[in-house]
Design a protein around this ligand. Structure first.
Ligand code: FRU
Length: 517
C-alpha cells in the first residue's frame, strides 16, 4: 500500500511538471522572447544602468518595474555575465525609498576607497543614480529629481543606500537626471555628467559624496528636439589606434532621424572641467528606431581596452505597447565602439563584440552570384542567426545598376522585413512597414533610412536576426540600424532582391547562433 501511495505521488508530480510547466519557463519560451539579447524574465525593463566590470563579471543593471509590464515604479534590476552574451538575472539591486523611485545612473569601482564606503583591499562598488520623488512631483515642485548613491561590498549582491542622500540637490530643474560617473586620470577627480533638460552639467568630486559644479555643455549645434537624457562621456581611440578623442553620448527622448528616441553624440576634447566639441554636424549613434539610452561599461581592464556599449532596444514612441506578454523590453547586443575619420568628420564606428564568434553553432556559406529580380537563398531560416552579405557596388553609376537591392526576410503570411540600399537616394534602409504588428498610432510599421556616407566598390552588411529584432551593421560600423519587428509567424525565408538592375553578391554566410535561453 505504502509503495502504491509513493508511486501515486511520483506520478502526480511528473504529470504536474509536464502539463503545467512553471510560469517562469513558460515566459522564457514566449514567441517573441529574444534568444541572444538580455530581457528580464518578467515585467518591464527600460534603460541599461550602471554597466561595470568587476572581479571577472560584467554587471548590467537596468530600469525595472517589478509590478507591471509598463513603466512606473522604477527599481534597478541586475544581471551578470562572464561573456556579455549569457546573462544571469539576479535579485533586484536597488529599491525605491522615502526619497523616491530609482531612475538611471551609473556604477563605478572606487579602487582607492575615496568614499570610505569599503576598503582598499575590497574596493566598494558605488552606484550613483537619480531619485524621482513622485510626491514632490505631484505637488508641482520642480525639484523632484536629485542624485543619490548606494554601495555594495559583495560584488553587487547586496546594496546599502548612503545615509546622507541625496548627494546632489536640485535647485529647480524639472529634468535633472541620469548621472554617469568616471574617474579622470588627469585631474584625479571623479567626474559626473548629468542631463539637465537641454544641456549637460559637469560636476567633480574627490570622494563621490560631495560634488562641485564645473561647467555646462550647451553646444550651438546638435539636436535639441527632445529632452536630453542619459549622457555618457569617455575617451575613444581611432580604429588605427593612433589618436584619441573624447566622445559625449546624449540620448534624446524625441527627434531621432527616424522618429522618437535616439542617441546623438559629440566628438571633442575634455580637459577635466569642460567638454569642447569639434565640427558642427549632428551625429547619431544608430539610425534604427530601437537603440535608446546607449551607454558604456566602466572599468573594463586596460589589457582588454575595449569601450563596449549597450542600449535599450526600444523607443518611447511605443515602448509600453510592444506586443510581448510576460515581459517588456530587451537590450541590444553589446557593441565595441571606436572612432573613424571619414572625409573631415570623426565618427563613431560600432561593431558587434567578437564574443559572438564563439556563439556560432552552424555555418552556411553563400556562393557568389548575380541577382536580377529576386532569388531565394534560404528556405528554412531560423533565429538567432547572423547574416553577412558582401555586395559589389563598383558599378554604382553605370547603366543597369539596380535602384534598390538587399534582402527580404519573409514568411507565408506575407509578412516581411527588408534591409538594403536605395541606390537612387543613396540611403541604407530597413523596411518593417509590412512586418506584422503596428502600434495604435501607426508609428511602428515604417521604413527607416540611414545616410550612406561615402563611395566604395563594395558594401558588406552584417545582420543579427533574433525572434523580434534585426541589428544591421555596415562592415566599417559607421551605419547601424537596430529595429524590432513583431510578425505573427517567424520570418523563415530569405531572398536577395534587385530592382531594375543586377546586383552581384561577392560572398556571404548565414551563421546560426546558440540560443542563450
Ligand atoms: C530614459 C529615461 C531616463 C530616466 C529613465 C526612467 O529612457 O527617461 O532619463 O532615468 O528613463 O526610467
Amino acid at each position: 500500500m505504502k509503495n502504491i501511495i509513493i508511486f501515486h505521488f511520483i506520478l502526480v508530480g511528473i504529470l504536474t511538471a509536464c502539463i503545467s510547466p512553471n510560469i517562469k519557463e513558460k515566459n522564457l519560451v514566449e514567441r517573441y522572447r529574444p534568444q541572444i539579447h538580455f530581457s528580464p524574465d518578467s515585467m518591464c525593463m527600460n534603460n541599461p544602468n550602471g554597466m561595470v566590470f568587476y572581479k571577472g563579471e560584467y554587471h548590467l543593471f537596468y530600469q525595472y518595474n517589478p509590478h507591471s509590464t509598463e513603466w512606473g515604479s522604477m527599481h534597478w534590476g541586475h544581471a551578470v555575465s562572464d561573456d556579455l552574451i549569457h546573462w544571469e538575472q539576479l535579485p533586484i539591486a536597488l529599491y525605491p525609498d522615502s526619497l523616491g523611485n530609482i531612475l538611471s545612473g551609473s556604477v563605478v569601482i572606487d579602487w582607492k576607497n575615496t568614499s570610505g564606503l569599503g576598503s582598499e583591499l575590497n574596493p566598494p562598488m558605488v552606484a550613483v543614480f537619480t531619485y524621482q520623488n513622485s510626491i514632490l512631483e505631484k505637488e508641482g515642485s520642480n525639484q523632484f529629481q536629485t542624485q543619490g548613491i548606494a554601495f555594495s561590498n559583495d560584488s553587487g549582491r547586496t546594496w546599502e543606500k548612503y545615509a546622507h542622500n541625496p548627494v546632489l540637490n536640485n535647485f529647480g530643474m524639472k529634468d535633472f537626471r541620469d548621472p554617469k560617473v568616471f574617474w579622470d586620470n588627469e585631474t584625479e577627480y571623479w567626474i559626473m555628467v548629468l542631463a539637465v533638460h537641454d544641456h549637460v552639467n559637469i560636476y567633480s568630486s574627490t570622494d563621490l559624496l560631495n560634488w562641485e559644479f564645473e561647467s555646462e555643455f550647451t553646444p550651438n549645434f546638435g539636436s535639441f528636439e527632445g529632452i536630453w537624457e542619459c549622457p555618457d562621456l569617455f575617451p575613444l581611440t581611432m580604429k588605427n589606434g593612433e589618436d584619441r578623442k573624447w566622445v559625449l553620448l546624449i540620448s534624446l527622448r524625441n527627434g531621432a532621424p527616424n522618429g522618437g528616441s535616439g542617441t546623438q553624440y559629440f566628438v571633442g576634447e575634455f580637459n577635466g572641467h569642460y567638454f569642447i566639441p569639434e565640427g558642427n554636424k549632428t551625429k547619431w549613434l544608430d539610425f534604427g528606431s530601437d537603440n535608446y539610452a546607449s551607454a558604456s561599461w566602466s572599468d573594463i581592464p586596460e589589457a582588454d581596452g575595449r569601450r563596449i556599449s549597450i542600449g535599450w532596444m526600444n523607443n518611447w514612441q511605443y515602448a509600453d505597447e510592444i506586443p510581448t506578454t510576460a515581459w517588456r523590453g530587451a537590450m541590444t547586443i553589446p557593441r565595441k565602439l571606436s572612432l573613424t575619420k571619414i572625409y573631415d568628420q570623426t565618427m563613431i564606428s560600432s561593431e558587434p563584440i567578437e564574443e559572438f564568434d564563439a556563439a556560432v553553432s552552424e555555418v552556411k556559406k553563400l556562393q557568389p552570384t548575380k541577382v536580377n529580380g529576386e532569388v531565394l537563398i534560404e528556405n528554412d531560416f531560423e533565429t538567432p542567426s547572423v547574416l553577412t552579405l558582401r555586395f559589389n557596388t563598383s558599378r554604382r553609376t553605370a547603366l543597369g545598376f539596380p535602384e534598390i537591392f538587399g534582402l527580404r526576410l519573409y514568411n507565408d503570411m506575407n509578412e516581411q522585413v527588408m534591409i538594403g540600399m536605395d541606390n537612387l537616394n543613396q540611403m541604407i534602409f530597413v523596411d518593417r512597414s509590412m512586418a506584422g504588428w503596428d502600434n495604435e498610432s501607426n508609428l511602428f510599421a515604417r521604413i527607416h533610412y540611414a545616410p550612406y556616407f561615402y563611395n566604395s566598390d563594395e558594401i558588406e552588411l552584417k545582420i543579427f536576426i533574433d525572434r523580434s529584432s534585426v541589428e544591421m551593421f555596415t562592415k566599417d560600423g559607421l551605419v547601424v540600424m537596430t529595429e524590432q519587428y513583431y510578425s505573427s509567424e517567424p520570418l523563415n525565408r530569405i531572398s536577395i532582391l534587385s530592382k531594375n538592375g543586377e546586383i552581384e553578391i561577392l560572398n556571404g554566410s548565414i551563421k546560426k547562433l546558440f540560443s542563450i535561453r
